[in-house]
Design a protein around this ligand. Structure first.
Ligand code: EPZ
Length: 430
């Protein structure tokens, strides 16, 4: 298995191009199930999760083509064409869904277009229990008959197809919003989704559905009003910039010091996190071509934050923020309110010398003057990259194991960082 080797202590200087968002690309790919026509997606990041989902979709009968040579030097992302002319299989097996939870989201589109779907329950997850009850609640409201049988969700639409309805989520869920939104686009009549997730990736999917012919009002708000259509058409859509990748690199620069322009980043997608960085003493300049992050020699101020659905501080930046606070001039407090087990990085950060006390959903991070490199590993994507950030500021050598987690969600991470002066390389497994 590959590892990442980092020698810490270098300031970051230069430009980092921001990729298309993984968490938008995945549901956009799934939206291709809603039409017989071709859905062209531009700026798709070259990630393990994207490749895996393309394989999963192929099982259902979705053909895909990629423009040009894959994995070339371009930082513009890939252009993919997805065509679900004939859906050949409405079952998503356990072997697939257990490898990528987001593939559970095929259930809404398959049910809406084919009238039936059998999708494996995703099973356990390193960051929390992550049930799918809200997805099922929403689909039932649209008239689906749902039973759980031998680890599978078996769903059937009424004879004439799904029927629009009011869906009020008791809790904000990104995935359940994606699922019900996609299903509603092909349901009869109007669906109103209340307490919908407002994450920019939901807005990006909604924008794409509109290009495909769906009628959706309230995009970006917590009430989505969808007029269902009997069929949707093909479209061309560019995947929105990755706000989590943006925040991660911003925190890396804040941690090491330096001056980096995050090219193509959109400040409006992560204002909350940018304001937290400003409170810490980081200079954030919102520019036309992206965001410039600067920190000179001054130390970082500690902060208190809690994760919240958008527009709050994202849970997907919590681990990175903790790594950043490891060397702040005092004690920071981070409360995780979205996932109950998203602190797997704490023990690994401790191996590098971080002083973190955990109490239920709250972590207190006492800033230390020095971190020391060590071998570390993590159990999820964002936790792994928090170790990279800590490694960049640690004295000596850090090796991050289980790099496949990083490859799921960060495109050319080591290349983007080393171009800005980081001493970081991938060690291929021998
Ligand atoms: C999405 O996961 C993201 N994944 C996650 O990013 C992200 O952390 C999360 O949203 C929150 O922002 C993708 O977009 C592919 P949720 P999702 O449904 O949709 C509970 C990353 O690192 N819940 O918004 O699965 C759930 O347990 C990943 O890129 C229910 O109770 O998250 C959690 O506590 C990790 N019942 C909360 O809601 C349900 O039916 C929010 O989860 C569904 C969710």
């Amino acid at each position: 298995m590959d590892r990442i080797r980092i020698v810490g202590g270098h300031k970051l200087k230069g430009t980092i191009p921001i990729s298309g968002a993984k968490n938008a690309a995945l549901p956009l790919m799934i939206a291709s199930l809603l039409t017989r026509d071709t859905l062209t997606l531009k700026n798709v990041p070259n990630l393990a999760d994207v490749n895996l989902l393309a394989r999963i979709l192929r099982n259902h009968g979705v053909d895909h083509m990629v423009d040009g040579k894959r994995g070339g030097p371009s930082h513009q992302g890939e252009t993919y064409h997805f065509t679900a002319r004939d859906i050949v299989d409405t079952t998503a097996p356990y072997e697939m869904v257990s490898r990528m939870r987001a593939s559970f989201w095929v259930i809404g589109p398959l049910l809406a277009r084919m009238g039936q779907a059998k999708v494996s329950l995703p099973g356990g997850c390193a960051i929390g229990t992550r049930p799918v009850d809200l997805h099922l609640q929403g689909l039932k409201a649209l008239g689906a008959d749902i039973v759980i049988d031998a680890g599978y969700v078996v769903a059937k639409a009424p004879k004439g197809g799904l029927i629009g309805n009011r869906v009020t989520f008791p809790k904000v869920s990104v995935g359940a919003t994606h699922n019900v939104l996609m299903a509603a686009a092909l349901a009869k009549g109007e669906t109103v989704i209340e307490n919908a997730a407002r994450e920019p990736e939901v807005g990006d999917v909604a924008d794409c559905l509109v290009k495909m012919g769906a009628k959706i009002e309230g995009i970006g708000s917590s009430t989505l009003r969808v007029q269902g259509r009997t069929q949707l058409e093909g479209a061309v859509h560019t995947v929105v910039a990755d706000r989590i990748e943006t925040g991660t690199f911003a925190m890396a620069v804040a941690a090491t010091g330096g001056d980096v322009v995050l090219e193509g980043a959109r400040a409006d997608l992560l204002e909350n996190a940018l304001q937290v960085l400003e409170k810490c003493g980081v200079t954030v300049t919102r520019q036309e071509n992206g965001i410039r992050i600067q920190r000179n020699g001054a130390g970082l101020e500690p902060v208190s934050i809690e994760t919240q659905p958008f527009p709050g501080f994202p849970t997907d930046l919590q681990a990175q923020m903790m790594a950043l606070m490891a060397k702040a001039k005092g004690t920071s407090v981070i409360r995780e309110t979205i996932f109950e087990n998203r602190f797997m990085h704490v023990q690994e950060l401790a191996r590098l010398g971080c002083d973190i006390q955990l109490n239920g959903d709250t972590a207190s991070i006492r800033g230390v003057t020095m971190l020391k490199g060590a071998p570390v590993m993590a159990t999820d994507l964002r936790a792994s990259v928090s170790l990279v950030i800590a490694g960049l500021t640690a004295e000596g050598e850090t090796t991050v194991n289980r790099v496949y987690h990083l490859d799921r969600g960060f495109e050319r991470l080591e290349e983007k960082l080393s171009r800005c002066g980081a001493e970081i390389e991938r060690l291929a497994s021998g």
